[in-house]
Ligand binder design. Structure first.
Ligand code: PHE
Ligand code: NA
Length: 441
């Protein structure tokens, strides 16, 4: 137990935990980052590698975090101090730092989604790609962006301040079903568009030549995206599992969470690419802003585009919120557990600091891109790698026992999981980290 004497909070229901974890996973990673990565990294070729990585590294790595969280019932820093010694006990600090950095720019992008939701209501999407681009540039950085970033952080602080059951659990139970219904509905609509078949070909039939020629950039991008989208590599799943009762089947919950996240990302592609192809826009435009520019231009072009855009960007904003909550909870749980700080005070102080750190990203797009690349391809991968080495190689007995707790004997599955962590996960992450570092410099 930490310094605080009050009993540690828990999720009220199993569904509450799953919704919260799905809420964390499904976010800007699926609806903003995923399509622009697909576009930037060669369409279906990227999708294929990404799906492969979700299965062979994402799933085992998520179970690693679950096991550590439920076993220790602590925040990431406390958890690592409990199970590791020497320098390894500092890995939790990398998680906290990563959470801080990601939320700082994540909130700026979330601010853009609020801006574009409002823009739809004002019928303000511009069909001309050049005009849409200058509109984006003027909205994405500067005072406007800072204010919306502040607004978004204020809402995140408000929810996290209310704690696990009354804040996070309640919020996600409303948000997650809404996200699912709306994305599926929009994909059905996108199916009827003129550019749909061309878009499906681009998105769904991989070009092997592209994989052969560009694996050095596809590989780290896909590994980083797999971690980012599943909220891995920075202790979110450690933190959320720490609020879990002991009798849950972790592997089953993990599979459900990953299934939802992957489905939402995949379906988002079925929305975004038909819309872009119908409006005659090239999905390969790189960078964090491209998807906003292209979609806004497409919405400016479509019949009732303002309405579709309002719904689309509004949903993205909600998805971003349920993820941002989890990013902040990592840092807040640390301050509560280890420093005995009151939850409300912690939420305001940490949220305020993250707001300040986000100001550079809200004033300069190039900085935002750099923050994103650094966090995604280096920090998350590094955090996931270190935790996998620790759990896979030096805590394997404990880990297998914890995975099986509440499920009965795992038999060969436990061993298969540990070996998946020991070899494929660690190898892919090492290669991705090296390629990511080379690319970053
Ligand atoms: N998984 C979230 C998304 O896809 C982002 C995220 C990353 C949230 C890391 C928490 C931790 O948008
Ligand atoms: Na995600």
């Amino acid at each position: 137990m930490g310094i605080a004497d009050a009993p540690r909070e828990q999720w009220a229901t199993r569904v509450g935990f799953i919704f919260a974890a799905v809420g964390s996973a499904v976010g800007l990673g699926n609806i903003w980052r995923f399509p622009f990565q697909v576009g930037q990294e060669g369409g279906a070729a990227f999708l294929l590698i990404y799906l492969l990585f979700i299965a062979i590294i994402g799933f085992p790595a998520m179970l690693v975090e679950f096991v550590v969280g439920r076993y220790t019932e602590r925040n990431p820093v406390g958890a690592l101090e409990e199970i590791a010694s020497g320098v390894w006990s500092y890995v939790g600090w990398i998680f906290i730092a990563t959470g801080f950095i990601i939320l700082s720019y994540y909130s700026v992008v979330a601010g853009w989604t609020i801006r574009y939701t409002l823009l739809g209501l004002q019928d303000g999407y511009l069909a001309d790609a050049g005009e849409a681009e200058s509109q984006f540039v003027s909205l994405a950085s500067g005072l406007d962006a800072i204010l919306l970033h502040a607004l978004f952080m204020a809402v995140v602080i408000g929810i996290v301040a209310y704690g696990i059951q009354r804040g996070i659990e309640l919020a996600v139970k409303v948000m997650v079903p809404a996200i699912i219904v709306i994305t599926v509905g929009m994909a059905a609509y996108a199916f009827t568009l003129e550019g749909a078949s061309e878009a499906y070909a681009y998105y769904l039939s991989p070009d092997w030549g592209v994989i052969a020629a560009e694996w050095q950039s596809i590989l780290p991008a896909a590994a980083g995206q797999a971690f980012f989208t599943l909220s891995l590599g920075m202790g979110v799943m450690i933190t959320y599992a720490s609020y879990l009762a002991q009798d849950r089947n972790l592997a089953e919950d993990g599979a459900i969470i990953i299934g939802f996240d992957t489905a939402i990302a995949f379906v988002t592609g079925l929305i975004v690419f038909p819309i872009l192809f119908t409006a005659g826009i090239d999905p390969a435009d790189p960078g964090a802003g491209a998807i906003f520019v292209s979609l806004a231009a497409a919405f400016g072009d479509l019949t009732l585009g303002w309405l579709l855009g309002t719904i689309f960007f509004g949903t993205v904003a909600i998805a971003a919120l349920s993820s941002a909550i989890s990013l902040m909870e990592v840092v807040v749980s640390y301050v509560i557990d280890e420093r005995g700080v009151d939850r409300k005070v912690a939420a305001v102080a940490i949220g305020g600091a993250i707001f300040l750190l986000g100001i550079p990203s809200a004033t300069d797009l190039v900085l935002l891109d750099l923050f994103d690349l650094f966090a995604d391809q280096i920090l998350l991968v590094l955090g996931g790698l270190l935790l996998s080495i620790l759990v896979g190689w030096s805590l394997s007995d404990l880990a297998i026992a914890e995975l099986g707790r509440g499920t009965g004997d795992l038999g060969a599955y436990g061993t298969a999981w540990i070996w998946a962590v020991r070899i494929p996960v660690i190898l892919v992450l090492i290669v991705a980290l090296i390629l990511g570092i080379l690319e970053y410099w």
